[in-house]
Write a protein that binds this ligand. Structure first.
Ligand code: DGT
Ligand code: CA
Ligand code: CA
Length: 585
């Protein structure tokens, strides 16, 4: 699928145009890039099916952009983009991936200091050459250096959300081979960790009495794997293991295993390494030996065909992969006291979604229909409020108008006997002094309200904690969205005293969000666990700005499971009536 590649080209065109100070056009390219990224159908297929005309049915695509998509599909290049790149030959994407660096600043640094790469940027910032420039200053220079450090730390890891759709697609392809009897993804992907180093596939090939045909089966599987579309490099191709690099930059391993030890291999290669080391100690205490080949007493194999029988033979409960981090799960499993984790289909509605009203991509009805398709009972529309002008934040008057639209849609559902309700929320902004940016009168007409930090991320710890707690004291605020503010691969959490936040949440009955957006996953697993222990309720939301992003919910659920959360800890597992009661209390 070329959608992502083309989207990337359009994002860069937008950045280049913005760098040149061109008005409006960058926004048009960005819009198309977002549309392409969230499109479920392959653009190449769309083009082959209906040519330019079909391309123009993609939101935001006009003649001009359709031609560029056609050009990319045909030649793998867009000349217009190549020309822009030639004019200002810098690593734009890399430089603007630093928090606080936009295209315009990048241009100034190129013109004044000749900065073309991240390395140049680091060198000049360290030499103090950036601070004296007009519009930069010491603080910006410090932020740039911090941003570079952060990027170095997260380099080489990929977001689960970027990788998982591709992994599932490849898994299906491999599964459909007649030579493949069974396939699983192991490693950090199976554990649903928020970032992934590489992807680990395990396969059993169809067994055969004749060794020659068994070997032919394995050859066929390995051939297929190293020739998958999107493979740009083959690190190795053997009879038990092959490794490749994908065009997105991540690596994948595939191992072919004998049936009799598939369970122990799955257990071993799922990890984590820390979990495995601790588990092996349990085996040793029982005079057993555990490896990827099986569980052995002396030379005799006593378990290994399935993963379940390994845990069972070690006298423990089977442990869900998300929990395997050696954070106490082994002790709990030995005592048969593992929590009953929230399930992937326990969520009854998404309570953090944006609509066209605040610049999201879809109408409220579109979002509601998607929610229905996902089997939800309710959907919370929580558009931004007025402080966030760039996100078209709604003022009190617009909120009242939106209420009317939502009431009307709900009436329609009732007429048609749909058991479905749209709730009107709002995602208000916590201003620097802890107040929120809409008037009390407006809150009264909402079903519930959230508040989140969207500005001044760099406050000192004490001030930031006070700021959030003040917002929690506001009786209308029921949920704090993305409570710690981290953006994976981009910026750390802001400084807060999380224990204080938990105490306040408990005292004022405020719910903390587990935001499912792949870059956020905030609360993270550790904080979910702390919230659960403190008796603070949570809500798993997607923060969708497009209906296709509502599928991100699985990443939030995974994060909740990694934090040992149970159904009762998560309020949007409640049926509608109970949820409304909760919001009214
Ligand atoms: P990643 O790829 O960095 O996101 O994380 P993993 O957990 O997928 O790690 P990876 O791909 O290096 O290895 C897959 C699994 O294999 C890992 O979770 C546990 C197991 N494993 C790898 N190396 C060792 C080791 O030295 N000792 C033990 N006990 N297990 C290992
Ligand atoms: Ca891995
Ligand atoms: Ca690996």
């Amino acid at each position: 699928m070329k959608n992502k590649e083309i989207a990337k080209v359009f994002y860069e065109i937008a950045d280049y145009l913005e760098m040149e100070g061109v008005a409006f056009k960058p926004y048009a390219y960005q819009k198309v890039a977002i549309a392409l990224e969230t499109l479920e159908e392959d653009v190449e297929k769309i083009y082959k099916r209906g040519g330019l005309k079909a391309l123009k049915e993609i939101p935001g695509v006009g003649e001009n952009i359709a031609l560029k998509i056609e050009e990319y599909v045909k030649t793998g290049k867009v000349k217009y983009y190549e020309k822009l790149k030639k004019k200002i030959p810098i690593d734009l994407t890399e430089i603007i991936s630093i928090e606080g660096m936009g295209p315009r600043k990048t241009k100034v640094l190129y013109e004044k200091l000749g900065i073309k790469t991240l390395k140049d940027l680091e060198r000049k910032a360290k030499a103090g050459k950036i601070a004296p420039l007009f519009g930069f200053g010491e603080k910006t220079e410090k932020n740039i250096l911090e941003g570079i450090e952060f990027l170095k730390r997260s380099k080489g890891r990929f977001l689960l959300g970027e990788i998982l759709p591709k992994v599932k697609e490849i898994e299906k392809k491999l599964e459909s081979l007649k030579e493949v009897e069974k396939i699983n993804v192991a490693g950090s992907v199976r554990r649903m960790k928020e970032t992934i180093g590489d992807v680990d596939f395990l396969v059993i090939s169809k067994e055969s009495k004749k060794p020659a045909s068994a070997k032919a089966s394995v050859d066929k599987i390995m051939d297929f794997f190293v020739n998958l579309p999107g493979v740009i490099k083959v690190w190795g191709k053997g009879t038990t293991k092959s490794s490749v690099r994908m065009e997105e930059g991540f690596d994948m391993d595939l191992r072919v295993l004998p049936k009799k030890s598939y369970g122990s291999a799955l257990q071993y290669f799922t990890g984590s390494k820390e979990h495995n080391i601790a588990l092996r100690k349990i085996a040793i205490d029982k005079n057993l030996k555990l490896s990827e080949y099986g569980l052995f007493r002396g030379k005799r194999m006593i378990a290994g065909k399935t993963e379940k029988e390994i845990y069972k033979t070690l006298a423990m409960q089977w442990i869900p992969p998300e929990m395997r981090e050696n954070q106490g799960e082994i002790e709990a499993a030995l005592k048969k006291k593992l929590p009953k984790l929230i399930d992937y289909n326990d969520i009854k509605g998404d309570l953090h979604c944006h609509s066209k009203w605040d610049g999201g991509k879809n109408s409220i009805l579109d979002m509601a229909e998607k929610a229905q398709a996902l089997g939800y009972e309710y959907l919370g529309i929580t558009d931004h409020t007025k402080f966030l002008r760039i996100e078209h934040g709604l003022d009190e008057r617009q909120l009242a108008l939106q209420r009317k639209e939502i009431d009307k849609l709900n009436l329609e559902f009732r007429r048609k006997n749909f058991e479905f309700r749209i709730l009107q929320g709002a995602e208000t902004n916590i201003l620097n002094d802890g107040s929120v940016d809409i008037k009390d009168e407006a809150f009264k007409k909402l079903d519930y309200a959230m508040a989140g930090i969207h500005s001044s991320f760099k406050m000192p710890k004490e001030k930031m904690t006070e700021r959030i707690i003040k917002a929690m004291k506001n009786p209308y605020i029921k949920v704090i969205s993305h409570p710690t503010g981290r953006i994976l691969k981009r910026r750390d959490e802001y400084q807060i005293d999380f224990d204080k936040i938990l105490r306040a949440a408990k005292e004022f009955g405020v719910i903390l969000e587990i935001n499912s957006f792949p870059e956020r996953l905030d609360l993270n697993d550790q904080n979910v666990r702390r919230a659960k222990i403190a008796g603070v309720k949570m809500v798993i939301n997607t923060d969708s700005h497009h209906k296709n992003q509502m599928r991100f919910i699985e990443f939030g659920i995974a994060q909740a499971r990694r934090g040992w959360a149970e159904k009762k800890d998560i309020i949007n597992t409640l049926p509608l009536e109970k949820l409304l009661k909760f919001f009214k209390s």
